[in-house]
Ligand binder design. Structure first.
Ligand code: ZN
Length: 470
């Protein structure tokens, strides 16, 4: 009996305690809630609505037919701005601009509203300037650059381009500019990559990794561009909001071949209708390609590669490892005697971006020294193992740095036929092709690669003819 009584009592107290606890929690939450309500009601937040921000518009004619420049200046003391943008005779274009301008204002106002409630003084600025230009075919480019600042942080810079065929009212994007779509996008991206790598201005500020990312062959990377009389300009805005976002200027000669009919310029020198495909001398651009061989010299494979190069009377570039030159000095000498260019590929093929300054120095300088001692010639350029670069490697290297834009992946597939596949897919107007003279499969596949390049009008050059000296 006693056991039964005990069992009955405990649930009763449990229920009573549980209920009390729940009541207390509800009471506390309710109280807190009312306090909070009261609190916010007493400090009403300041909110400015976009409708309250009035502005004045100034309209000016522009140098482009049918285009006016609007300068809109805010009259609201708390929300100062000055926005310049184009107005055309085409409604859909004007709508697109209006949407973009509205977005800019809304973002700006959101940030101001947030800062207003902090009771701290803060700077605020929104300025958009408009640049206009025109492709030789008459289509218009509009470049809107915006500087925005709210608070003490760094100013943000946005750039947005718009494009209009004023005759038809049609707008266009990068996909309309390039012919052959993905194939030409790949070539265009390669060209952009090479240009950034060779640009002295960006040498210090852009890492190799950033350049590869910016110039990956996806359409979104090339959304912002403009056309002038002489060149196509690409703006890389996604990379950073700071003022030093990279830009590339392509003279039309460099990219004309990739353009669709609407944007392709007729050559001034050759009348279009007398073009003879068998006469390669009259082709307006010289296509050049640098064959490069890494990780050697190696007995047999390097020698077989030298024979194939000789067959085509071609000069190539050999990025040698110091350790391999030490092991096979006679092969290094053969390469030099055959008139090929010599390059430095470090001593031990380690990832120098992870090495100490001292190791980097030894890897590079000892290799240059042994190459010179053995062949009597200094290497012209340096290719970091794995393409791995950082500021220290850049600083310590005293010769030009040579990467590549066509990767045959010969080390991976070891298949002679596969090399040609990658060469066909990636080779642009001026490319550097990466191969390795230590794999028999590379020696096997080289002939087909060279036959293809010759057939397609490429001239074989060395790396120093493509990249500038340091
Ligand atoms: Zn290598």
């Amino acid at each position: 009996m006693t056991r039964q009584q005990k069992q009955k009592k405990i649930p009763f107290f449990d229920i009573l305690l549980g209920t009390l606890t729940i009541v207390l929690i509800i009471a506390a939450v309710t109280l807190l809630y009312f306090f909070k309500q009261k609190d916010t009601a007493s400090n009403e937040p300041i909110v400015i609505n976009l409708e309250d921000v009035t502005s004045v518009e100034e309209v000016q004619a522009s140098e482009l037919n049918g285009i006016q420049v609007i300068t809109e200046t805010s009259e609201h003391e708390e929300v100062p701005f000055k926005l310049q943008y184009p107005k055309s005779e085409h409604e859909s274009f004007n709508d697109k601009i209006a949407t973009y301008i509205k977005e800019l204002k809304e973002n700006y106002l959101d940030e101001i509203n947030t800062s207003l409630n902090t009771n701290i003084e803060f700077t605020r600025e929104l300025n958009t300037t408009l640049e206009l230009s025109q492709h030789p075919n008459g289509t218009y480019s509009f470049i809107l650059s915006t500087a925005e600042q709210v608070g003490e942080f760094e100013q943000e810079i946005y750039l947005k381009t718009f494009h209009l065929d004023n005759e038809t009212g049609e707008q266009f994007d990068i996909q309309a500019v390039l012919d052959n779509q993905d194939e030409n996008l790949t070539k265009f991206a390669k060209l952009a990559q090479k240009t950034l790598f060779e640009d002295k201005m960006y040498k210090e500020t852009l890492s190799g990794e950033t350049i590869y990312m910016l110039t990956e062959p996806v359409w979104d990377n090339f959304n912002e561009f403009s056309f002038t009389d002489e060149e196509m300009i690409i703006y890389f805005t996604e990379y950073s909001t700071s003022e030093d976002s990279p830009i590339i200027k392509f003279p039309y000669d460099d990219v004309n071949e990739l353009f669709s009919e609407t944007f392709k310029l007729a050559s001034n020198d050759t009348p279009e209708d007398v073009e003879d495909p068998s006469d390669s001398d009259s082709s307006p651009t010289v296509k050049r390609v640098a064959l490069t061989f890494d990780d050697g010299p190696a007995p047999q494979t390097t020698e077989r590669i030298l024979k194939t190069l000789e067959k085509y009377d071609a000069k190539a570039t050999f990025f040698m490892l110091g350790s391999q030159v030490e092991a096979h000095p006679e092969i290094a000498k053969l390469v030099q005697e055959a008139g090929h260019e010599l390059g430095n590929h470090s001593w031990s093929h380690s990832d120098l971006s992870r090495a100490s300054d001292e190791n980097i120095t030894n890897e590079i300088h000892n290799t240059s020294k042994i190459i010179e001692d053995v062949t009597g010639e200094k290497p012209y350029s340096f290719r970091p193992p794995y393409g791995a670069l950082n500021d220290a490697v850049r600083m310590i290297t005293d010769i030009p740095i040579a990467l590549w834009d066509v990767d045959t992946l010969d080390w991976k597939h070891r298949n002679p036929q596969q090399m040609l596949h990658y060469v066909k897919q990636q080779t642009g107007l001026e490319s550097i092709i990466l191969m390795h003279d230590i794999h028999p499969s590379t020696a096997d596949g080289l002939d087909a690669v060279m036959a293809y390049l010759v057939e397609n009008g490429y001239e074989f050059v060395t790396v120093s003819e493509i990249i500038p000296s340091k």
